[in-house]
Design a protein around this ligand. Structure first.
Ligand code: NAP
Length: 242
């Protein structure tokens, strides 16, 4: 065991999650980075950064309770939880099948319940907790072809606000970040012509960098952020000011 605070980042081995893991490590947290299927990326991340990795499906309530139980047993506590793991399965609603709806809701929204439920009692007991949920600009403004994703990410905002109220007296904060378009594999999967049209709508004239989310997470995880709770942070280069 260590004197450092323990931070668990879901989807913490690639993209935005990897940047979050690195920032938390830089700010003296002991980081555990969860992932689900890409062993190669996870092993590379572990070897390059000396970060512990934990493979489990955040969408599965049972798997999460078992794996978090083991992690708490090993480390004594989880002080910071970043619910970052997410997927897209885009399609217009009139063509969307039930599997694509369920997969996105379970991975992007139910996961926050699964994960938070597994750590919150310990946080209440130790009277310290920082929960940071990664939503999306598309939860705020809507996006064609993403009814499933927008519903899940908007759900995270309501979840965070209610959780903030429940945790306030126990020094548990809950905040939500809505990134705009950030340079990762997720945006890399968007067709180049569509992406360049998107960039034209961003006043900053560029995509965001994962580090620009990582730095905010490190602040929200700190002792100094104790009075910041239930807040929604837009990090989008001015693309949406709602
Ligand atoms: P990414 O590059 O596609 O990485 C996603 C991460 O989530 C991977 O580490 C992946 O694990 C993990 N993951 C996916 N399903 C999982 C599951 N069932 N259980 C555990 N881990 C799982 O995504 P990203 O672009 O960094 O996005 C990170 C978060 O930011 C997502 O919630 C996304 O919706 C949100 N976001 C992204 C953008 C953007 O522009 N990129 C904008 C707004 C919001 P494997 O490595 O094992 O696949």
């Amino acid at each position: 065991m260590t004197d450092k605070k323990i931070a668990l980042v879901t989807g913490g081995t690639r993209g935005i999650g990897a940047a979050i893991s690195k920032y938390l490590q830089k700010h003296d947290f002991q980081v555990i980075a969860n992932y689900y299927s890409n062993d190669e990326a996870a092993d590379k991340f572990k070897n390059e950064n000396g970060v512990e990795i934990a493979k489990f499906d955040v969408a599965s309530f049972q798997q999460v309770q078992e794996e978090i139980g083991k992690l708490i047993e090993t480390h004594g506590a989880i002080h910071v939880l970043v619910n970052n793991a997410g997927i897209t399965k885009d399609g217009f609603l009139h063509k969307m099948n039930e599997n694509d709806w369920d997969a996105v809701i379970d991975t992007n929204l139910k996961s926050a319940f699964n994960m938070t439920r597994a750590v919150v009692n310990k946080m209440r007991e130790q009277e310290f907790g920082r929960i940071i949920n990664i939503s999306s600009i598309n939860a705020q403004k809507g996006q064609m072809g993403q009814t499933n994703y927008c519903a899940a990410k908007a759900g995270l905002i309501g979840f965070t606000k209610a959780l903030a109220l429940e945790g306030a007296r126990k020094n548990i904060t809950a905040n939500v970040i809505c990134p705009g378009y950030i340079e990762t594999d997720m945006t890399g999967a968007i067709q180049a012509e569509i992406l360049s049209e998107i960039v034209k709508t961003i006043p900053a004239g560029r995509l965001g960098k994962p580090e620009e989310i990582g730095a905010l997470v490190a602040y929200l995880a700190s002792e100094e952020a104790a009075f910041t709770t239930g807040a929604v942070f837009s990090v989008n280069g001015g693309q949406y000011l709602g």
